[in-house]
Design a protein around this ligand. Structure first.
Ligand SMILES: NC(=O)c1ccc[n+]([C@@H]2O[C@H](COP(=O)([O-])OP(=O)(O)OC[C@H]3O[C@@H](n4cnc5c(N)ncnc54)[C@H](O)[C@@H]3O)[C@@H](O)[C@H]2O)c1
Length: 268
């Protein structure tokens, strides 16, 4: 948000930690009023205390995003406090690394429930409030796993691919209400969710070598993209998925000696 956008009311699900908290910090620095939703009560209290200690207008709700009445109540409380919701960032999500042959029905359902159904509930509840105002912007945190998958993430990847289709379809339904919705596909961003890779002494450095921009992503990288997507600078942008991954999904860097490839001689 720019100066002119200060004072906007932004609801951030999964706002207590990781990418969601990074987004909260960014919007706080831009003068937004924040409603944080998170299932982790302790982390939520800490995040709210930190931000309000810095003079940010912030409140929090301990909410499981799969619990519609709880999400509805959080939206109602936001409207009671500030009379509007300008933006929603849907960042709450869970991952599990498990080979396809070992995924249980319970873990499949849990990942689908949080990542897909929970995001649907959040978007629908916030969008109903936004529709009454005739304006709003939504950002869904999907993943590069939507199209650039990793082994042992069939359930997680299915939800992220589903979110991209959801965002595109939702954009059509929400446009007549003046609401834009876009997705961000983060690559490897340093949070507790990705620590299994980024902190791994062998896999971490090996993966890092494959990131063209040469570093892990930070929550602030995703926050910058979210800030743009909810700003008026993105007022003609909806149904899009922005990949923020340091270039890792662009392709494979060929590790070969310089020279002519067979069949490409210059005197042809
Ligand atoms: N970190 C990465 O590298 C990365 C990469 C691609 C996508 N993502 C996506 O970004 C989003 C945020 O991930 P992160 O890395 O910040 O993880 P994180 O675990 O640090 O933060 C996620 C937050 O969501 C909350 N949460 C989880 N389930 C919830 C529920 N049912 N209801 C309410 N809150 C819930 C957690 O308590 C936590 O505070 C996720 O959707 C994740 O899939 C992360």
């Amino acid at each position: 948000m720019t100066e002119r956008e200060a004072g906007r009311v932004v609801m951030i699900a999964g706002g207590a930690q990781g990418i969601g908290y990074g987004v909260a910090r960014r919007f706080a620095s831009e003068g937004a009023r924040l409603m944080l939703l998170d299932i982790d009560h302790q982390a939520l209290q800490k995040a709210v205390a930190e931000l309000s200690g810095e003079g940010v207008e912030v409140a929090g709700h301990r909410v499981d995003i799969t619990d519609r009445p709880a999400v509805h109540a959080a939206v109602a409380d936001t409207l009671d406090r500030w009379a509007r919701i300008d933006a929603l960032i849907a960042s709450a999500g869970v991952v599990e690394i498990r080979p396809l042959l070992d995924i249980t029905d319970a873990s499949w359902r849990r990942i689908i429930d949080v990542n897909l159904t929970g995001t649907f509930i959040l978007v629908q509840e916030a969008a109903r409030a936004m529709a009454r105002a005739g304006t709003g912007a939504i950002v869904v945190i999907a993943s590069t796993n939507a199209f650039f998958v990793e082994a042992e993430t069939a359930h997680y990847s299915a939800t992220k691919g589903g979110l991209i289709a959801f965002v595109r379809a939702a954009a059509l339904d929400l446009a007549p209400h003046g609401i834009r919705i876009n997705a961000i596909n983060p690559g490897q961003i340093r949070t507790r969710l990705s620590a299994v890779l980024t902190e791994d002494p062998a896999a971490g450095p090996a993966y890092l070598k494959r990131i063209p921009l040469g570093r892990w992503g930070e929550p602030s990288d995703i926050a910058a993209a979210a800030s743009f997507l909810i700003s008026d600078d993105a007022s003609y942008l909806t149904g899009e998925a922005m990949t923020v991954d340091g270039g890792v999904t662009l392709g494979v860097a060929l590790q070969v000696e310089q020279g002519e490839l067979p069949g490409l001689s210059s005197d042809r």
